[in-house]
Ligand binder design. Structure first.
Ligand SMILES: [Ca+2]
Ligand SMILES: [Ca+2]
Ligand SMILES: [Ca+2]
Length: 362
């Protein structure tokens, strides 16, 4: 073949990209090519180069697919034992599942509100999301039927002032494919949980079979936070469970950044400001994953601190005392609340600047 060195290099490059045979074109490897004039070769080279450039752009675009709306991590090691070393019956999960890498963020919750809370029938928005500067938040504008929502500041901080029911509705919305519309059975009221307008205590709500997103069970949340096998060279403590969700049995610090065993909770100083002075106008929430050296074994961030996180468990169940669990402590709490041994909760309609949530899935 009388191809020029440049043409050979170009063809070799096309082959190395694995795209050679997908290049459409008016050319082919026939004896006619050998007879082509040098100007024809030059045209061919230009054409090939242009096609390769187009293909490279298409490849890059294919690789740069946007991240999923909710980033999840896999929690394997199904059939693990409970945290018996702590005298706990929690932590054993018989199946593989996924859990949110981060708490649900303001940006995600604002997208939810813009999709299904133009008319906010079931109170997904709480005005405190806008006005309580410590955790703000989300701004609501417009009027009923035309509400609009915008993130205040960075949207990577977690959303607070959400009830257990708000979290359940968010899961339904994800389950239903993030639809837009009124708060109905096809958007927020059915799917992972059959809510049908429920917003207050003393109402039985359980995860439906086939749910695609849900509020983690207490065991699912606990395992993702504290479990790390000791066997098989997997590096966990002898009883397979850490005391803190930062992969440690030692009391964490509260410095953001790459240092190990850190979280957004309160020591003698508040984490975000590193000051012991509380300020009403200060936002004390950290962007998701800010304590980047402190992931759990399964790769979750901020299970300890930032905000407490709702789980599915019913801790108390009486007519006037119906309590759902949350775990992990918040920006305003001490390290003891981050521990696996610290279990608490509140009536499920409670909305505070200390409690948010993350989602789980199959
Ligand atoms: Ca609400
Ligand atoms: Ca342990
Ligand atoms: Ca948290």
């Amino acid at each position: 073949m009388n191809q020029t060195p440049l043409l050979r290099r170009t063809l070799a490059f096309a082959l190395s990209l694995g795209v050679f045979f997908s290049i459409p074109g008016p050319w082919s490897f026939t004896p006619a090519l050998e007879a082509a004039s040098s100007s024809a070769s030059a045209r061919l080279i230009r054409s090939l180069k242009a096609q390769i450039a187009t293909l490279k752009k298409q490849l890059a675009a294919a690789k740069a697919t946007p991240p999923p709306f909710i980033e999840m991590v896999k929690v394997g090691n199904r059939g693990n034992v409970t945290d018996a070393g702590n005298g706990s019956v929690l932590g054993a999960v018989r199946y593989d599942y996924q859990i949110g890498k981060y708490e649900v963020t303001l940006a995600q919750y604002a997208a939810f509100l813009n999709a299904v809370a133009k008319t906010d029938s079931f109170g997904l928005f709480n005005p405190n999301m806008e006005t309580i500067a410590n955790v703000a938040g989300i701004d609501q504008s417009g009027s009923p039927g035309n509400f609009n929502y915008a993130v205040i500041g960075t949207g990577s901080r977690p959303v607070a002032f959400v009830s257990w029911f708000d979290a359940a509705r968010f899961c339904n919305w994800l389950h239903n494919g993030r639809p837009t519309g009124l708060q109905t059975g096809s958007t927020t009221e059915a799917g992972a949980y059959s809510l049908n307008g429920a917003t207050i205590e003393n109402f039985d709500v359980w995860r439906n079979p086939g749910a695609k997103y849900w509020i983690p069970s207490e065991d699912e949340w606990y395992k993702a936070a504290y479990h790390q096998p000791s066997g098989g060279g997997l590096g966990g403590p002898s009883d397979d469970y850490w005391l803190y969700p930062t992969g440690s049995d030692a009391i964490p610090g509260n410095l953001s950044g790459t240092a190990a065993n850190q979280a957004n909770f309160s020591t003698t100083v508040l984490s975000v400001t590193q000051s012991n002075q509380y300020g009403m106008d200060v936002n004390y929430l950290a962007d998701r994953g800010s304590y980047s050296g402190s992931a759990s074994y399964y790769g979750t961030y901020d299970q300890g601190g930032n905000l407490w996180e709702w789980n599915e468990v019913v801790i108390e169940r009486a007519v006037d005392d119906y309590v759902r669990g949350f775990r992990g402590g918040s920006w305003d709490n001490l390290e003891t609340t981050l521990r696996s041994t610290f279990r608490t909760g509140d009536v499920p309609e409670t909305e505070t600047p200390f409690v948010g949530f993350r989602v789980a899935g199959p």
